[in-house]
Write a protein that binds this ligand. Structure first.
Ligand code: PSU
Ligand code: MN
Length: 304
């Protein structure tokens, strides 16, 4: 493996001992949550993953390296510094060459996890096909990377800022199994159901692990998406969320926000309108994903 990818000592040791590892993205820290909730949540996710007997590995770019597992000092920088880059596949070469600090998106994190041999990755929500993509061509690089990275991704589904049916269509084209975790319905991040039926379901971490093994034993490259609904008590009112999304999209259009700025812009607007509720929901669902992700990583390590 290239020396541009730097594994923490803890991750290196876990890999050599066959101890399960769970990768975490850093965009959620730098661009998805305010300080200090972002750093607190990142630490809490690490604790949850460790309590399940796995090793957490936050992925980020700094000092010309793609880090898998970061120091507490780098976590603090990602959580507090202004101008942290948002790094997807496209941005990795320039971010590495410049030595800048960058937070990896789902696609950036998948690149690092796949190359490091980390088979499970936990996040909040994935990117997908944006509403109006037929005009803007805005489709997240996450989908391209999911098609080729051998990493299971646990998320709370697809946020309604995206076009959910189109996102499912592209995932089908790319051959990415979308597995409802204890559900038949595609979760929509803030809500447990989107009304869209999934064709695959797993009721236990073991079942997810079996799907991972079946896919990769057949040399079918690419991800498995584990869609884990938000805990019921944190579910939001879909009408309020959707109204704030519509408002954000209109505002983005008026201001000419596009490209990589659009997702953070809409997320920030929704968070502002829905206040503390959406932040609490965000924290609860990602913690829930960390627990399930660690259990999946453990189950998969026992199968291989
Ligand atoms: N969706 C969320 N929260 C997020 C993101 C997406 O609900 O924080 C972040 C993830 O890092 C994801 C990225 O990989 O946004 C996708 O950005 P884009 O749409 O520019 O590809
Ligand atoms: Mn985009």
């Amino acid at each position: 493996m290239t020396n541009l990818i730097l594994l923490s000592d803890e991750v290196k040791s876990a890999l050599s001992k066959g101890k399960p590892i769970v990768a975490l993205e850093s965009t959620i820290i730098s661009h998805g949550m305010p300080y200090p909730e972002n750093v607190k949540t990142a630490r809490k996710l690490g604790d949850i993953i460790r309590d399940e007997g796995c090793v957490p590995a936050i992925v980020a770019v700094a000092d010309g390296k793609l880090h898998v597992g970061i120091s507490d000092a780098l976590l603090e920088r990602l959580a507090t510094e202004k101008g942290v880059l948002k790094v997807s596949r496209r941005d990795i070469p320039t971010a590495l060459a410049s030595g800048a600090i960058g937070a990896t998106t789902v696609s950036g994190t998948l690149i690092a996890a796949h190359r490091a041999g980390v088979r499970v990755f936990v996040t909040g929500g994935i990117g997908g096909v944006h509403r109006g993509a037929e005009k803007t061509f805005d489709i997240s690089a996450d989908l391209e990377e999911l098609a080729i990275s051998n990493v299971a991704v646990v998320s709370a589904g697809v946020k309604a800022i995206l076009d959910l049916p189109k996102t499912l269509e592209v995932l089908e084209t790319k051959g990415v199994p979308v597995v409802g975790f204890q559900t038949d319905d595609l979760p929509a991040f803030y809500t447990r159901k989107s009304g869209l039926k999934l064709v695959a379901r797993a009721d236990s971490p073991n079942e997810v692990a079996s799907i991972m093994k079946a896919k990769w034993d057949c040399d079918i490259d690419g991800s498995i998406l584990v869609m884990n609904p938000i805990p019921e008590e944190f579910e939001s009112d879909a009408d309020i969320i959707n109204a704030s999304i519509d408002e954000a999209l209109a505002l983005a259009d008026k201001k000419g926000v596009c490209g990589k700025e659009i997702t953070p812009f809409i997320l920030a607007h929704v968070a502002k309108v829905t206040g503390g509720d959406s932040l609490a929901a965000n924290i609860a669902l990602v913690e829930n994903n960390a627990r399930v992700g660690a259990q999946v990583a453990k189950a998969y390590s026992l199968l291989t």
